[in-house]
Design a protein around this ligand. Structure first.
Ligand code: NAD
Ligand code: UFG
Length: 343
């Protein structure tokens, strides 16, 4: 079975390629490399010992998509391609609607023309907006608080509409909580451009000495230690959820082909919990200072995970120590990410 993986050169997509290849599928990676380095593809070949077909293309180019789907006889799509920086999305909303929403319209149109009707979509816990209750169940009301989140919500609605319009479509919508960690080989991992926005890569860069200290955004939240609480999930668990979702999708009956599930562990950790866990894993002191709350952040966000267990038979396995250990292994082996040489 050949599967097209859009955004497959990026952080989560590259890990997904390993999981699908190891499960016996063939994969074709499509990426425009706006937020990835083609070195990740070379590393994938090293990890899996398999040839990886890489198509340098943009999901907004429908002709290219149709050519690729036909040429490689793809039977399903795992769709990671998208821009994901919340702050940037508030500055450049049209870029996000064009890249994420219009790009997905082009992808679905190309799939339709080529008779490919199964898709797994990377959504986000951000579609729940400000949590009204915790843990977040899939029934929690949906809302968007920034253009990035709105792009995910629009795509989700589009998939539900499309599925209702024609039972031939089957969609698995996966709402990620906070993906962290790296492949245990240390050959692939998260490689943010510039100053990291997210907590884990920032802590990792403090541990390697690339950044002086961490600013902890807020210590007066209503949480166990006053710092923000999130549901961190190991990226290899997360991509395992994609394989399970894909397998579940293939058994769905016509007309019942669209489902959305949370991919999280169900456990929330605070920023200070993360700092301490990373100190244990790295044996380094993480210097930090308290800073004002970051605009748009919520106090706590974590998942109810029982629906994923029921619908796709998946449950996260790895704990915080493994997440920190594998992130540390990745940054130690690649202090400058995929760009060589090391600093
Ligand atoms: P990433 O930036 O590492 O990967 C996305 C990939 O898509 C990149 O390789 C990028 O070059 C590619 N891409 C972007 N626009 C494209 C286009 N128009 N055509 C072709 N390729 C394009 O990000 P990631 O963390 O691996 O995230 C993957 C997906 O998961 C994204 O859709 C993101 O919104 C979603 N997601 C991520 C997180 C997270 O915290 N990492 C949380 C929730 C959801
Ligand atoms: N934080 C700091 N200092 C930093 C970075 C983050 O204190 O330098 C704190 C934040 O305030 C928050 C926690 O660490 O309390 C986690 O922040 P992240 O930026 O790592 O993650 P978010 O939960 O804010 O957002 C992530 C993705 C979003 C996605 C959301 C839900 O970046 O795209 O998870 O899935 F929408």
């Amino acid at each position: 079975m050949t599967i097209l993986i859009t955004g497959g050169a990026g952080f989560i997509g590259s890990h997904c390629c390993v999981t699908f290849l190891e499960a016996g599928h063939d994969v074709v990676v499509l990426d425009n490399l706006t937020n990835a380095n083609s070195e990740s593809i070379e590393r994938l070949k090293e990890i899996t010992g398999r040839n990886i077909i890489f198509e340098h293309a943009d999901i907004r180019d429908q002709d290219a998509l149709e050519l690729i789907l036909r040429q490689h006889r793809c039977e399903a799509v795992i769709h990671f391609a998208g821009l994901k920086a919340v702050g940037e999305s508030t500055q450049a909303p049209l870029l996000y609607y064009d890249n994420n929403v219009a790009g997905t319209v082009r992808l679905l149109s190309a799939m339709d023309n080529c008779g490919v009707r199964d898709l797994v979509f990377s959504s986000s816990a951000t579609v729940y907006g400000d949590p009204k209750f915790l843990p977040l169940t899939e029934e929690h009301p949906l809302s968007a608080v920034n253009p990035y989140g709105r792009s995910k919500l629009i795509i989700e609605e589009m998939l539900r509409d499309l599925s209702a319009s024609d039972p031939k479509w089957r969609f698995a919508i996966l709402r990620y909580f906070n993906p962290v960690g790296a492949h245990e080989s240390g050959l692939i991992g998260e490689d943010p451009l510039g100053i990291p926005n997210n907590l884990m890569p920032f802590i990792a860069q403090v541990a390697t000495g690339r950044r002086e200290n961490l600013s902890i955004f807020g210590n007066d939240y209503d949480t166990h230690d006053g710092t923000g609480v999130r549901d961190y999930i190991h990226v290899t668990d997360l991509v395992d959820g994609h394989l399970r979702a894909y397998e579940a999708l293939k058994t769905r009956r016509k007309g019942d082909g669209c489902f959305a599930v949370n991919l999280g562990t169900g456990t929330g950790y605070s920023v200070l919990d993360m700092v301490r866990a990373f100190e244990r894993a790295s044996n380094k002191k993480i210097e930090y200072e308290f800073a004002p709350r970051r605009f748009g952040d919520v106090a706590a966000c974590f998942a109810e995970t029982s629906l994923a267990e029921r619908i796709i038979g998946w449950k996260a396995q790895k704990g915080l120590d493994a997440m920190c250990r594998d992130t540390w292994n990745w940054v130690c082996k690649n202090p400058n990410g995929f760009s060589q040489p090391a600093e």
